[in-house]
Design a binder for this molecule. Structure first.
Ligand code: NDP
Ligand code: MG
Length: 328
């Protein structure tokens, strides 16, 4: 595996290049400001009258329409939500692409699944922080950065990887390290991670643990602290010191009970289901479902959001976080 650090990357390849960051949300704000503060030539492309136009202007960024930004730029870094990238690309970016330009992303979804197709002679690259935009900005201002990924799908100019690495360095990612990957690997592992482990898996685990305790008659507040609040403290230790560091820090009783019981929770059946979820991603079934959902105006997503909002743990958690000063 290859990791690039600051000393390995020359931002000189971007000296005569203009980078248009399309979008000024979570990633767009952080990445465009970091790259501008690193001395790169950055413009921001947005829809006129949108909320973030004002924010970008207030932050001192050079803002213009998506079309004008695409015309003016050598590198177009697309940081708007994945599900609308295809439509915005076809309407406002593709007509202005020239041979030698670079189309850049922080997630490989639209390229890997074929929703965005580029004309001949255009590079397709990825420069992606492994974390939310707020953290990308905060760690940069603290003089550090978060780890990132780099990938090249099409190298038309011969220096596509150098360009993508230089953008990552401009964002501060080379201070922590930039790992090389492919569009396929980044896209499929990212979708799997958020579905099975990070967003989907973890909320279902918390929910099931909370419900078990509440159904058994324990106070919901105590159940919340035990199954949700403390999870962060445990994950923080694993993040810094691995499983071994966590087992060392908890009691011997927790270590014995945890290791002897955990495979009854994540059973072979759960593992088989993980493999199925991965297959649905790899074979495009998930993407098809998500595209249809968007075309239909998100009926399932809206319904799921309603149900999620009505969960008892959400009510208890919201009250407790306020009482304990964790949430305003
Ligand atoms: P956001 O949802 O934060 O993007 C919002 C921005 O997109 C706003 O500036 C908004 O402008 C603009 N936008 C929305 N619709 C349109 C449109 N139709 N035309 C033009 N601009 C539009 O996105 P994220 O930052 O979360 O994600 C961007 C990319 O980064 C995605 O590819 C994502 O997968 C990737 N990524 C995200 C991470 C994260 O932590 N969020 C982590 C790693 C990668 P307006 O104010 O006008 O609505
Ligand atoms: Mg991810």
């Amino acid at each position: 595996m290859k990791i690039y650090y600051e000393k390995d990357v020359d931002t000189g390849v971007l000296a005569d290049k203009t980078i248009a960051v399309i979008g000024y949300g979570s990633q767009g704000m952080a990445q465009s400001r970091n790259m501008a503060d690193s001395g790169l030539n950055v413009i921001v492309g947005l829809r006129e009258g949108g909320e973030s136009w004002k924010a970008a202007v207030a932050d001192g960024m050079k803002v213009m329409s998506v079309e004008d930004a695409a015309k003016a730029a050598d590198i177009i870094h697309i940081l708007i939500p994945d599900e609308i990238q295809g439509a915005v690309y076809n309407q406002s970016i593709k007509p202005y692409l020239e041979s030698g330009n670079t189309l850049s992303f922080s997630h490989g979804y639209n390229i890997h699944f074929g929703y965005i197709k580029v004309p001949e002679g255009v590079n397709v690259t990825m420069s992606a922080p492994k974390g939310p935009g707020a953290m990308v900005r905060r760690t940069y201002l603290e003089g550090f950065g978060i780890p990132g990924l780099v990938a090249v799908e099409i190298d038309a100019t011969g220096d596509a990887k150098q360009l993508a690495l230089a953008m990552g360095k401009g964002c501060g990612l080379a201070r922590a390290g930039i790992l090389e990957t492919t569009f396929k690997e980044e896209t499929e592992t990212d979708l799997f991670g958020e579905q099975a482990v990070l967003c989907g898996g973890v909320t279902e685990l918390i929910k099931a643990g909370f419900k078990t305790l509440v159904d058994a008659g324990y106070q919901p507040e105590v159940a919340y602290f035990e199954t949700c609040h403390e999870l962060k403290l445990i994950v923080d230790i694993i993040y810094e010191k691995g499983f071994a560091g966590m087992w060392h820090d908890v009691s011997n009783t927790a270590e014995f009970g945890g290791i002897s019981r955990r495979s009854r929770i994540i059973t072979p059946e759960a593992q088989e289901e993980m493999a199925k979820i991965l297959k649905e991603i790899q074979e495009g079934q998930f993407t098809k479902e998500w595209t249809l959902e968007n075309q239909a105006g998100s009926p399932m997503l809206n319904r799921m959001r309603d149900i999620e909002g009505d969960l008892e743990i959400e009510e208890v958690g919201s009250k407790l976080r306020k009482l304990c000063g964790l949430q305003k």
